[in-house]
Design a protein around this ligand. Structure first.
Ligand SMILES: NC(=O)c1ccc[n+]([C@@H]2O[C@H](COP(=O)([O-])OP(=O)(O)OC[C@H]3O[C@@H](n4cnc5c(N)ncnc54)[C@H](O)[C@@H]3O)[C@@H](O)[C@H]2O)c1
Ligand SMILES: [Zn+2]
Ligand SMILES: [Zn+2]
Length: 362
């Protein structure tokens, strides 16, 4: 007789999950699968809070399944590997980002672009091949096929490095693909949050000239002095916007809420590209004439493939790119979500799972 999904998941696990669209997270007991031949099991040490976690627990996109256990910027230490695992060994520091499964045979998978596989299985809120719901990193351990495991460079500080597993690849991949990762390119970054602040760091490391475009003039000092941006544009100041018209080769838009695109399109040079990575819950208005006048492009980009994710993390280690973080304990997570909603964090919350989760076990 076929095994039920529960029988296939005999390993007890514990984490924090939301049970309805209020988004309140609370302690949650569940189970994970045994370590298969190709699987890597690891003890979670840190998990970061991506704005996608907030959208998901609140069902902003209408696709949430509860209980929903978020977290897709996860690092930890390997505790067990399957017989066919060659990538890592017990004791290694590893990470998992946004995906844990794909078909391995479609055109995207064969071209190291698994993230665009039609059979993509996300790290949480997805259906795994055995019919069970995937649960993310706000939990004591994870198990994933070695293909989705990222080796963590020794010299990258663990606590600050993992936001790169989602935030980092989400900005690194489009900077490269859209030809903005080059010296001399003039790149705008909109929305100086988790994604935005690492976008500034990567674009600078690629040698681009970087301007931060923000509704909050209070972020100017940090953007210039701390993150190393070349200039700052207060997007609500018409004079500053006028002066910057037609100056940018590309813009990485990380804004999490509905916002006007027209002012951003006007900042682009001819052939300039507005690349959307933020995922507002409602459609945005796209004015067409500003696109025609100057042959401009509006594009989107999601995460990146596993090969590029490893490349990104190695690049980050080489150029000493980490995220700016605020470390929190597990029981602070609901307050952290409220603060994230108000953009009250510089720039990424990280849950110290390794030291604080166990104490919350009922
Ligand atoms: N494309 C992808 O693969 C991918 C990956 C990760 C996250 N995301 C999405 O990217 C977005 C940003 O994620 P994050 O973790 O960096 O979030 P964040 O909350 O850390 O940053 C969002 C930024 O947008 C700004 N912002 C919010 N509303 C705004 C508005 N109306 N006008 C101007 N600025 C505004 C905030 O001040 C903040 O600086 C989210 O929607 C998230 O779901 C997409
Ligand atoms: Zn994310
Ligand atoms: Zn595929």
């Amino acid at each position: 007789m076929a095994k039920s999904p529960e029988d296939r998941h005999p390993v007890k696990a514990f984490g924090w999950a939301a049970t309805d669209p209020s988004g309140d997270l609370s302690p949650f007991k569940f189970s994970r699968r045994e370590t298969g031949d190709e699987d890597v099991r690891f003890k979670v040490l840190y998990c970061w809070i991506c704005h996608t976690d907030l959208h998901s627990i609140k069902n902003d996109w209408g696709n949430s399944t509860y209980p929903l256990l978020p977290g897709h910027e996860i690092v930890g230490e390997v505790t067990e590997v399957g017989g066919k695992v060659t990538k890592v060994k017990v004791g290694d520091k590893v990470g998992v980002g946004g995906l844990v499964g794909t078909c391995h045979s479609c055109e995207n998978c064969l071209n190291d672009l698994e993230i665009y596989c039609p059979k993509l299985i996300l790290t949480y809120n997805s259906i795994h091949t055995d019919g069970t719901i995937t649960y993310g990193g706000y939990s004591d351990h994870m198990v994933a096929n070695q293909r989705y495991i990222v080796r963590f460079p020794d010299n990258l500080r663990l606590a600050a490095g993992a936001p790169l597993l989602c935030a980092g690849i989400t900005v690194y991949s489009p900077l490269k693909y859209f030809g903005l990762a080059e010296a001399g390119k003039h790149v705008g970054v909109v929305g100086l949050g988790g994604l935005g602040h690492v976008a500034v760091k990567f674009a600078k490391a690629f040698g681009a000239k970087v301007i931060v475009i923000s509704t909050s003039p209070s972020k100017m000092k940090e953007a210039l002095e701390h993150l190393g941006a070349d200039s700052f544009l207060a997007s609500r100041d018409p004079q500053q916007m006028q002066a910057a018209m037609g100056t940018l080769d590309g813009i990485i838009d990380t804004v999490s809420a509905v916002h006007p695109l027209l002012p951003l399109l006007s900042l682009l040079k001819s052939n300039g590209k507005l690349i959307m990575v933020g995922a507002p819950e409602k459609p945005l208005e796209l004015p067409i004439f500003p696109l025609l006048m100057g042959r401009k492009t509006v594009a989107g980009s999601m995460g990146g493939g596993m090969k590029e994710t490893q490349e990104m993390i190695d690049f980050a280690a080489k150029h000493n790119i980490t995220a700016d973080i605020e470390v929190i304990s597990m029981d602070y997570v609901n307050t952290a979500m409220e603060r994230l909603d108000k953009a009250d964090v510089r720039y990424r919350f990280v849950i110290d799972i390794g030291n604080t989760l166990a104490a919350t076990k009922p």
